[in-house]
Ligand binder design. Sequence first.
Ligand SMILES: [Zn+2]
Length: 146
Amino acid sequence: MGFYERLRQFMMGRYGGDSLNTVLSTASFVGFIAGMIGRAAAPRSVAGLIICWVLYLVAFALMGFSIFRTLSRNLVARRAEYEWYRSHIKAPLQKRRNESKIRRAQAATHRFFKCPKCRQTVRVPKGKGKIKITCPKCGNSFVKKS
Ligand SMILES: [Zn+2]
């Protein structure tokens, strides 16, 4: 039996990888590297030593959690973790990235303001002077220079 066949059998019924595990192992790797750079940069600092060991511990814990998730047979719990991560971290970040992309694309013709009352982003055409903006979400009005 070849290596991949054995690996496939070992992984049968286990959770495997997802993008949360990718984030966990990347964060762990960054933590180890940051700790090593810190040790090299300030080898005699006691505070630096403590910070570096905290980094190593966190990195080690993240790595352990990532490996635990990959090998776990409790698929329901792992999917629930992933769903939490997707709705609380991944989706909001994606939304923010998309919004700033749209803003950059329309920066020449439009200005973007946040409603002071409900934080809704409001888009107005550029170069119209001082205008009264009415928030489409909460109906609050505010004056801005377009
Ligand atoms: Zn509003």
